[in-house]
Design a protein around this ligand. Structure first.
Ligand code: SF4
Length: 328
């Protein structure tokens, strides 16, 4: 599968303001050196708890957040240094669907006006062509052209998310970041929206970065998964393999918490102690060592390297150092 996106050592560090009282200064490492390759037509899911950096990763790839350093190549072209005009052109190819379908729509605009806005901003279509494209796109996402004259408050949550998807797809992008696209919806509606996104992917040859904290959804929708913790990628692999045989202790804990109907497949629950530490003051060495049930003395001081441990699996954990791999 040829790569559509190549991300190398991507960082987003925020300087912290000094406070008059107490500690301050330094940097918060929201994204701390993520490297990743996403293939054409693939759904790559990024999972992790709140504060892991997964949403920052999606927005930094799109340059909705400016990276501190690192490289993002889209179709072989470096995009981190593009100016405003080139970036506007790139927006037709790279789009985002947000989590909150209500909050992301302007309540004063009709659905037609909402869908017209990206066409006016990014493409110079005649009024007639724009109207035709809006009506077609409403039908593609399972709405009707009558919805163009409605306001967001007149639609259900599922219909609003269909509008969010239509707005992202109306410029005919190649790559879409789906940022927790179903987590604000009822479970019955979630399934419809996930199915719609799968259908649209094959129909329109889309590549997805699917950001989610919900591993059941990720298992259903993605081809490959990346697990993030405190701004770093800690494990990547094909979805089925990663769920079957998670390598990193954090991934094992996340997967052990998924409700499993089949008793034969149930895993022993691994409970992590404490909360995710603040990215303002991350632990030394392996950032997961304060919660890791398998931590060793070296984990407190030595940052584990990112290692490829098989053809398509990579992990950052001292358990998989060359000399200790047999022990894991
Ligand atoms: Fe746990 Fe150590 Fe591996 Fe970090 S490096 S996940 S602390 S075993």
């Amino acid at each position: 599968m040829p790569a559509l996106l190549e991300i190398r050592d991507l960082k987003k560090h925020y300087p912290l303001r000094r406070r008059l009282f107490g500690r301050g200064g330094g940097t918060a490492k929201a994204l701390d050196g993520v490297s990743l390759s996403i293939g054409q037509g693939e759904t790559f899911a990024v999972v992790g708890e709140s504060g892991s950096g997964k949403t920052t990763l999606g927005k930094t790839i799109l340059r909705l957040i400016e990276p501190t350093s690192g490289s993002v190549q889209f179709e072989g072209r470096e995009i981190t240094g593009l100016g405003a005009n080139e970036l506007r052109r790139l927006r037709t190819d790279m789009q985002i669907v947000f989590q909150d379908p209500y909050g992301s729509l302007d309540p004063r605009w009709t659905i037609g006006q909402t869908l017209e806005e990206p066409l006016r901003t990014h493409l110079r279509l005649s009024d007639e062509d724009a109207k035709g494209r809006i009506e077609r796109m409403l039908e593609v996402v399972g709405l009707s052209k009558q919805h163009a004259s409605r306001y967001p408050h007149e639609l259900s949550g599922g219909q609003r998310q269909r509008v969010g998807i239509a707005r992202a797809l109306i410029t005919e992008p190649k790559f879409v970041v789906l940022d927790e696209p179903v987590s604000a919806l009822d479970v019955s509606i979630q399934a419809q929206i996930l199915k719609l996104m799968q259908e649209l992917q094959s129909r329109l040859s889309l590549t997805y970065l699917f950001v989610s904290h919900d591993l059941s959804v990720v298992r259903y929708i993605s081809d490959r998964v990346g697990v993030m913790y405190l701004g770093k990628m800690v494990e990547t692999g094909p979805t089925a393999e990663l769920f079957e045989r998670p390598l990193h202790p954090y991934t094992r804990a996340l997967i052990s918490a998924i409700p499993e109907a089949d008793p034969a497949k149930r895993r022993e629950r691994i409970t992590l102690s404490g909360e995710v530490p603040s990215p303002r003051n991350p632990p030394s060495g392996c950032a997961f060592h304060t919660r890791c049930p398998m931590a060793r003395p070296e984990c407190r001081s030595v940052i584990p390297e990112w290692r490829q441990v098989s053809e398509n699996r990579s992990v950052a954990c001292h358990l998989y150092n060359e000399e200790s791999r047999d022990e894991s």
